[in-house]
Design a protein around this ligand. Sequence first.
Ligand code: NDP
Length: 397
Amino acid sequence: MGKVLIIGAGGVGTVVAYKVAQNSDVFTEIVLASRTKAKCDAIAAKIGGNKIQTDQVDADNVEELINLFKKHKPELVINVALPYQDLTIMDACLACGVNYLDTANYEPKDEAKYEYKWQWAYQDRFKEAGLTAILGCGFDPGATSVFTAYAAKHYFDEMQYLDIVDCNAGDHGKAFATNFNPEINIREVTQKGKYWENGKWVETEPHEIHKPIDYPEIGPKESYVIYHEELESLVKNYPTLKRARFWMTFGQEYLTHLRVIQNIGMARIDPVIYNGVEIVPIQFLKAVLPDPGELGENYTGMTSIGCRIRGLKDGKERTYYVYNNCSHEAAYKETGAQGVSYTTGVPATIGAMLFMQGKWRKPGVFNVEEFDPDPFMEQMNKQGLPWHEKFDINLEV
Ligand code: NDP
């Protein structure tokens, strides 16, 4: 059906490469490019069968991207590098007439702040060029946004309360490691909390609001309200929401390490001079922490991510919970990557597949809840992320 170019050969890029290669009826040609070509070559060799071409690119550089796009002429780019590269890749897409999909919204390198405003500003240019940009197509954002759209389409006349609950009950056996890029992860979880209530954002201190939440097949886990990017587009697209929050589980050990990292200045994102050389502490920290892409081998347990929603149907109150549980071991067995990379890479592949099939294709820049959720939900069951639903239960939140 079409040629795809994957940019980024980390944990998520590995899973995307595996999954697109499994769906060769849809993705007729596959190119994997990243800053370090050797990493692309290693992934392509593991998948085997000469299914994947590889290349090198610095995705911070628009000219390099344009040359890469001209050389390979992909129909769609799946951006699973870092959020810093979103805008340069979108610029190159516009210059070369290529469609775009990512899993995380743009973040400037020098400010730990993510917002959709920078990418939404591309709306008119993508529309005029007749190109599609699909934003935030991982698990959260991504599957959680589709879960919300599915609930709105099938089960509610009016959604009023949305709580996205994200539990990682896995054990990788390391004293401290992050499940995706450490720099992005630490920037995300150390910022102030924020949730939507009665038409405005309410800010909290980091990890100020917390309580145990019971997760299916896992049990109760202490969960913390943090700000997460899909809340921004969901409250815009579902204006009936009176409150929208995002909860994530953290273990005490993880939080203690995080506090120490912050207190000693290792989470700093501004450059410091070390032995006459400028280094950014959080980037140095990334270099010494375990590589999230390598955590899979001894990872046990599972993730459980879903949406707990309360609202009205036919004038009556209804509650609804839709979720997926993903086993780290099963993810590793299939792709050599752990569950967090897997739960991100599979939805990115599904979004790309729906684009290729013409089901998620319209000119402009869109968050995933703006597309039909049904074919995505169908593919989640087929591509390794089966979901479950519960009705009229106590949502706990
Ligand atoms: P990794 O750090 O493991 O991988 C990132 C990859 O991008 C690396 O291969 C890196 O290259 C490459 N890269 C970085 N900078 C450049 C550049 N300038 N040019 C070309 N390649 C570059 O991260 P993950 O795989 O864990 O995460 C990938 C993305 O997925 C991130 O944006 C993350 O925020 C997002 N994500 C989204 C989630 C969701 O549910 N929506 C959940 C988890 C992650 P090199 O190997 O040379 O360093």
